[in-house]
Design a protein around this ligand. Sequence first.
Ligand code: ADP
Ligand code: TRP
Length: 333
Amino acid sequence: MEKPIVVSGIRPTGYLHLGNYFGAVRNFIRMQNDYTCYFFIADIHSLTTHPTPTNLQAGVKQVLAEYLACGIDPEKSTIFIQSDVPEVTELYTLLNMNAYLGELERTTSFKDKARKNPDNVNAGLLTYPVLMAADIIIHKAQFVPVGKDQEQNLEMARKFAARFNRMYNNELFPIPRPFTFDGKDMIKVPGLDGSGKMGKSEGNAINLCEDPKSIRKKVMRAVTDLGPTEPNSKKAEPVENLFTLMKIVSAPETVAHFESLYNSCEIRYGDMKKQLAEDIISYTDPIRNKINDILADTDYLTKVARMGAERARESAAKTLSEVKSLIGIKSLF
Ligand code: ADP
Ligand code: TRP
């Protein structure tokens, strides 16, 4: 039986953090055996925020090394850099003709970004979901493993795929679905600043390549409260977040131990943070070492990128020629 097709990408705008790992990359790794996977580095998407050429190049290498260090196997999955597959941007141009200003302007991620950076409301930002749709449907993906924050972008991809099928009276594109393990919601990793999610732009992230000293410092600074005064009381958000992080990286007995101290009002957040920091360090230490080894091996990175680009282009070129033929784009020579 053919394996279902999966596509997902991450922008190379910094280091991968625990949110990226538990929200996305860990699922990529779990899917490699049972799905035909395309995992890529969305360098063109990252241009909406105008990185310097040096930062862009360094970011691409970093994320590639991080993907590999986390366990994405280039033999099992197709791992590639978005800009190495020009068919994607060609499909993006074609899809743009059927993407409407109104619907693009209504996307929450566009509105958020426009509000946060009113001086840089560029057309790439507006059509971000169209490029993302092209990434996904060019490989005829059925599933897209991403965190909760990407739900709306994925909804747009579904819309554009269905619209193309309808307009050209065809079933070329499967309608891609968000991927969730065991039907459970995608995980949301909280930040250490008391509320919301861990994120690069939130400035509250612990990176996979973070050194132990810096992990300890960040965790010890995490926001908490004065502590419970009534047994079994409800936790305030910052404390709940600390427990959520602990559930992600620590052994169940460790979580149970601190739950019970919390419930009996004996908890000392300092102790809990120390334990949490050590558990994060044990989790990330092997990954961090691997990242550094892989980054030092430029030949290997080049080889992986070339192999991924070849495979991704093969799949993308096939879909693009089907799209053009349906649209009626036919060369005269
Ligand atoms: P960031 O929010 O740090 O800029 P990205 O937007 O580049 O991260 O996200 C890359 C992937 O990681 C996406 O699939 C996104 O849903 C996931 N992700 C990012 N932050 C979190 C988080 N805190 N919890 C769960 N998933 C996350
Ligand atoms: N928009 C995604 C993010 O910010 C990155 C992305 C680009 C993506 N193209 C994609 C994710 C295609 C999944 C599929 O995280």
